[in-house]
Design a protein around this ligand. Sequence first.
Ligand SMILES: [Zn+2]
Length: 269
Amino acid sequence: MMLEHNPIVAFFFFLLGTIVGSFTNVLIWRIPRGESIVFPGSHCPKCGAKIKFYDNIPILSYIILGGKCRNCSSKISIKYPLIESFVGIAYLLTYLLYPAAPFIETIQMILIIPIFLAISCIDIEHWVIPDELTISVAVVGIAASFIIGGWKMFVSSLIGAAIGAFIFWIISVLGKRAFRKEAMGGGDILLIGAVGFLVGWKNILLVIFISALLGAIGGIIAVLIRKAISHKDTKTDSAIPFGPFICAATLIVIPFGEKMLNWYLSLFK
Ligand SMILES: [Zn+2]
């Protein structure tokens, strides 16, 4: 399988990922602040100095500048090169996963990875999932299902969206009754609906199952960390944003969902 891969193409995928990662940083900073994602160009958040193109090279510029602004020497967050590296590696893995697959599946991953990363980072930091990002997920899902499987696939993705949103809506209503607080936000319900367009009706159930599993593990870890630093914050005691778990589960299910479902069904034969 590895022989089908060209090391130069693989490096190109990584490089493309770091450039897209650089733009993902722009999305993560600007969308929650209601700023335009196109204008003005990149500038230092501290001193406002315009960042020159040669200081805006993904990952490398951070290392060359020692993590400091060239103008005011204020610290640049390590998040920037980490996000650039993350998308670079995710694109490289996409190329390794889909050597001979239809081209559209590669494009679908290339579009969805930065959107999911932006959703996750914004949800962790601001506790919101911006509608424009959720809509982008739905648009990619609808377009991909049409191109891959025509009307038949589109109907499957429409049912997937309806099932996903309906199940999450039920959970949110029951959660509110049981715990008298928001268990599932409106943003999560819309996001799982958008993911339904992406993965279809069979795989959406798998996304819900895996995201719940990951969310439970994440919740336990979050409680342990909060206990360790004994931060008495009653309002967000055991609560964690759920968006990142939906995104992670979807990125597992897109390449492996079919195999996981077949394995599960084979247990009953
Ligand atoms: Zn500066």
